[in-house]
Design a protein around this ligand. Structure first.
Ligand code: ATP
Ligand code: MG
Ligand code: MG
Length: 350
């Protein structure tokens, strides 16, 4: 069989490796950090920095196709790798999603609704942005933010200096606060020949900026369920995308607003492991190696709950609960805010 190279050795890389292995592929992880969770299940690991040209070339040589578990891979590394092996999903998806401004411009050019936004770096630019966008609003770093890190909420103009100080000079974006009733996401897959398959939208609850639970089915009227799937398809087609993407949406009384996209498997898609015959990880692997997509139809209702930090103490009790699947990432230390695992509570459909 052939070998799939995965950039990033976290839990997503780990679960991608497991799925690849089930389909008979070998996996090779590239990860700068020591003892990555994916390293415990992959066939091979390269521990090296993204600036290490020789290590990148040796990695590319050792694999047949390259995919990734996170979107912030340095451009120089992508240039090196792409000259030797296909990278799927492709560069355009990474270019668009690495920067919140390019992402929002891309989405609004597609005719999709996003929060009002403006690029901000200086005090003057923030004042000007607040004149048009107003408060409440959120200042976010354009790049590298995740789990709500690199964000400051502005409830009034008076919060501006502190919010700007939080950004520490990073290029930022001011976003108008979207008055949503709840949040949903669509996990969508697109195959190498352009077919699109979406999993059922899930409803997401965040606590302290971190995803806490995803509940399937989401509370969505049928028309919005259709909108969500059509919006996701539009995004994947526009990018000539190959692989799985997470599309985060706000539900408002005026319709769906796109929050952000993630060009990879997504935490809010973990429910598919126990709710569908083919889960998001297998779907992603199928897409990047050029197999046809599988049946992602939902056979059960699921509530996915993340196990973060101290939640690990609940594992012994969870293991004896009926209809609960426990997924652990093999991380040594349960630090506050660290995603250690998740559980899927499953209710088979009648
Ligand atoms: P992730 O871990 O999903 O990548 P992130 O750090 O990129 O998170 P966002 O998804 O931009 O952060 O924001 C995190 C959460 O903050 C959102 O899921 C939502 O609950 C809230 N939020 C972000 N932007 C807005 C907005 N413009 N209006 C209202 N709420 C928002
Ligand atoms: Mg994000
Ligand atoms: Mg998000």
């Amino acid at each position: 069989g052939s070998t799939i190279g995965i950039l990033g050795g976290g839990q997503l890389g780990r679960m991608l490796s497991v799925a690849a292995s089930r389909l008979g592929y070998k996996t090779h992880i590239f990860e700068p950090g020591a003892n990555p969770p994916a390293g415990q299940v992959a066939d091979q690991v390269t521990t090296a920095a993204y600036e290490d040209e020789a290590a990148l070339l040796a990695f590319a040589d050792a694999v047949d196709v390259i995919t990734y578990e996170f979107e912030n891979i340095p451009t120089s590394a992508l240039d090196t790798l792409e000259a030797h092996r296909p990278i799927r999903p492709g560069r355009e998806a990474l270019r668009v999603s690495q920067d919140r401004i390019t992402e929002k411009e891309f989405l609004s050019d597609l005719g999709l609704t996003v929060a009002p936004f403006a690029a901000v770096q200086t005090k003057e630019e923030l004042d000007a942005a607040l004149d048009t966008i107003g408060t409440p609003s959120i200042l976010k770093t354009r790049r590298f933010g995740y789990d709500g890190k690199g964000q400051a909420r502005l409830n009034s103009q008076a919060d501006a200096p502190a919010a700007l100080a939080d950004m520490a000079g990073s290029p930022s974006v001011l976003e108008g606060f979207v008055n949503f009733s709840h949040e949903v996401s669509v996990i969508a897959a697109r195959g190498i020949t352009g077919e699109v398959a979406c999993f059922d939208p899930g409803e997401n609850v965040h606590v302290g900026g971190i995803l806490r639970t995803t509940t399937i089915p989401a509370n969505l009227p049928g028309s919005m369920r259709m909108d969500a799937v059509l919006m996701a398809s539009k995004i994947l087609n526009a990018l000539d995308y190959v692989g799985v993407m997470g599309v985060e949406l706000f539900v408002t009384k005026d319709g769906l607003v796109v929050n952000e996209i993630a060009p990879r498997v997504h935490n809010s898609g973990h429910w598919t492991q126990n709710g569908c015959a083919v889960d998001q990880f297998e779907q992603h692997i199928r897409a990047v190696v050029g197999l046809s997509l599988g049946d992602g139809k939902r056979h059960s209702d699921v509530v996915m709950e993340n196990l973060i930090g101290d939640d690990m103490d609940k594992v012994p009790a969870l293991l004896s609960e009926p209809h609960v699947a426990v997924h652990l990432y093999g991380k040594a230390e349960a630090k506050a805010g660290r995603k250690m695992g998740h559980v899927n509570r499953v209710t088979p459909n009648a």
